[in-house]
Write a protein that binds this ligand. Structure first.
Ligand SMILES: *Cc1c(COP(=O)(O)O)cnc(C)c1O
Length: 235
């Protein structure tokens, strides 16, 4: 069995090699360690070898970990799960980023509930393959949606996020990631401050990096197969 530190190192090597191969700057891809269903002690192991960005999918579980680790105050916490409006205040209060924005009502609530002197970083989730089983804004609706988001004073638009359809061929994956890159580059012309294209997971990070991802979200390849939790069973 490899340790978390060893697996993390191997993911970092993959990132390094893929960015090099894609002729991209070596520091252009960030690694979000997705720790959902994993205990605090796993997060600490990753932290001890330098990992600082962590992603959680379930509100209650995420907040318990954030509170348990509040002394490690240089961790950046990303919420990457589906968000119900009755939990938006908790997320606005405890997380640094929300990557799964796809409804104006939720964005508005997060904006209104954001604590004073805090700005919540957000990514708009795009349903790039028009997959009926996936969350996210339709491509045709993206521009209008973004225009409504950017005027919300307590939210800071950082970019786009996607989860492509599962079970695709490598060619189809490349195609989906390529479409995301086009959307991201077009958006960047209009909003030069955005810097995040969050795409790529354990199984497809190389293709994602090859197509311009600036943040990969990796769970299994770092922490191993996921445990079940009460919350993950419920959703
Ligand atoms: C669980 C999850 C990941 C990590 O997936 P792995 O395949 O375990 O790397 C990435 N992004 C989102 C949105 C997730 O829910």
């Amino acid at each position: 069995m490899e340790t978390i530190a060893e697996r993390l190192k191997s993911v970092q090597t993959t990132i390094k090699q893929s960015t090099l191969k894609a002729h991209r700057p070596s520091n252009s891809v960030k690694l979000l360690a997705v720790s959902k269903t994993k205990p605090v002690s796993d997060i600490v192991q990753a932290y001890e070898v330098g990992q600082r960005l962590f992603g959680e999918n379930y509100v209650q579980e995420g907040i318990e970990k954030i509170q348990a680790l509040q002394d490690l105050d240089d961790i950046e916490w990303h919420f990457i799960g589906p968000l119900q409006s009755n939990k938006s205040r908790l997320v606005a209060t405890h997380f640094d980023w929300v990557e799964t924005i796809d409804r104006l009502k939720i964005a508005q609530r997060l904006n209104d509930q954001c604590p004073e002197n805090k700005k919540l970083n957000i990514c708009v989730q795009v349903n790039i393959d028009s997959d009926p089983n996936k969350a996210g804004i339709k491509v045709e609706e993206l521009n209008e949606f973004i225009e409504a988001i950017v005027i919300m004073p307590n939210l800071c638009l950082r970019g786009l996020m996607t989860i492509p359809k599962g079970q695709q061929s490598p060619e189809q994956q490349q195609h989906s990631f390529g479409k995301m890159a086009d959307l991201f580059n077009a958006l960047k012309l209009k909003y030069p401050n955005i810097d995040t294209l969050s795409m790529g997971m354990s199984g497809d990070m190389v293709h994602a990096i090859n197509n311009g991802s600036t943040m990969i979200r990796v769970g299994t390849a770092i922490f191993g197969t996921r445990n079940q939790t009460k919350e993950s069973n419920a959703t």
